[in-house]
Design a protein around this ligand. Structure first.
Ligand code: ADP
Ligand code: MG
Length: 337
């Protein structure tokens, strides 16, 4: 063999190997790095794949970030920023940009829903004991206790000026209806910043955000839990390539007294939990919106939910108080892969 032939042959071999390899790589699904852990006061699962090869580093950074967010938004941990704001005795307090953002968003949502969404129900939540994970502490307060707690709540008691906040009337802020959705948005941004073509999802206690389609082009199939079934019973499925999905329901933290169910979402006008729906699941492009919308809808009921969804662009599936499924047209777009 002449030298020329050898070079051509080896080049050809190299090229052929390259093609085979390329096909093999592109056919092979990306390897998801998956981490499950308790964080942000709930079960968190993150699946992440990136061609940059740093999936584990990024997922670990996401969990670190959740810890930082918990140090801001956990209303009932004495070291958190929100706890300190709640115990500031009506003084003006300078708050971090993140807390300010989420507070402003909450106030906007409170106005939009005419106070059905209310970020100042801390005293009501604590009274019922639903701020703790311990079911033995969940209880039915007396009507007098409830009216006392309601006197120290109401979003109109929050004043915001530049980056300072003042709480009047001893209200306590509780961002439990919105913080998980916000955290979803923060983690999705981290994933995309690392690699715009990365894929996977984040699931923060059932508030889910899609980083990118499965294997780069397949939708993720997500089950909607049956509010009267077991953990793994689904009543519907959706297929998401992107966006976020969140559920509010009456089955996570509840007590039954005299045959009536009381749970951790409250009508801010009465201090009792509403009876409109067993659950609502919302899909939208924003995690904080999906989370806030569901909580507001539980309080507002069907006609307000329809109106808000039309105005704001939310896809929803409701299981109403009789167990009947009600979904809007936007939801139907997600029912097929
Ligand atoms: P979960 O956090 O269980 O997934 P939600 O997103 O609906 O469910 O949030 C419920 C939490 O929101 C409650 O635990 C409480 O902290 C807070 N909350 C209760 N009622 C309201 C309300 N009307 N508006 C805003 N926040 C509320
Ligand atoms: Mg919510």
């Amino acid at each position: 063999m002449t030298k020329l032939k050898i070079i051509i042959l080896s080049l050809f071999t190299f090229a052929a190997v390259g093609v085979v390899l390329f096909v093999a790589i592109s056919k092979k699904p990306p390897q998801y790095y998956i981490r499950r852990d308790v964080a942000f006061g709930t079960n968190v699962q993150i699946a992440y794949a990136t061609k940059k090869g740093n999936a584990k580093t990024v997922v670990d950074a996401m969990f670190d970030e959740l810890k930082k967010l918990d140090d801001i938004f956990n209303a009932y941990r004495p070291t958190s920023e929100l706890y300190k704001l709640n115990h500031s005795n009506g003084e003006w307090v300078k708050v971090s940009p993140r807390l300010l953002n989420v507070l402003k968003y909450s106030m906007k949502f409170a106005q939009l829903t005419d106070g059905d969404f209310d970020p100042t129900l801390g005293k009501v939540v604590v009274l019922w004991g639903f701020n703790t994970d311990d079911p033995n502490k969940w209880r039915l307060p007396s009507p007098q206790e409830i009216s006392n707690a309601l006197e120290h709540s109401g979003y109109k008691n929050v004043e915001i000026k530049d980056d300072e906040v003042r709480l009047l009337n001893d209200v306590w802020i509780d961002l439990g209806a919105i913080a998980k959705g916000y955290a979803v948005d923060v983690l999705l941004k981290m994933a995309k910043l690392n690699d715009p073509n990365s894929t996977g999802y984040v699931d923060i206690g059932g508030d889910i955000g899609i980083i990118g389609p499965k294997y780069g082009n397949q939708p993720w199939k997500i089950g909607v839990r049956d509010p009267r079934g077991n953990m793994n019973d689904s009543i519907a499925y959706v297929y998401l390539y992107k966006g976020t999905i969140a559920t509010s329901g009456d089955y996570e933290r509840f007590i039954i007294r005299n045959g009536k169910r009381y749970y951790h979402i409250f009508n801010p006008k009465t201090g009792y939990s509403p009876d409109n729906f067993e659950a609502i699941t919302t899909i939208s492009s924003s995690g904080i919106f999906s989370d806030a919308f569901g909580t507001a809808a539980m309080v507002g009921g069907l006609s307000k939910t329809e109106k808000w969804a039309n105005e704001l662009g939310a896809a929803y599936l409701i299981v109403n108080e009789k167990g009947k499924i009600i979904k809007n047209d936007l939801w139907k777009d997600y029912e097929e892969p």
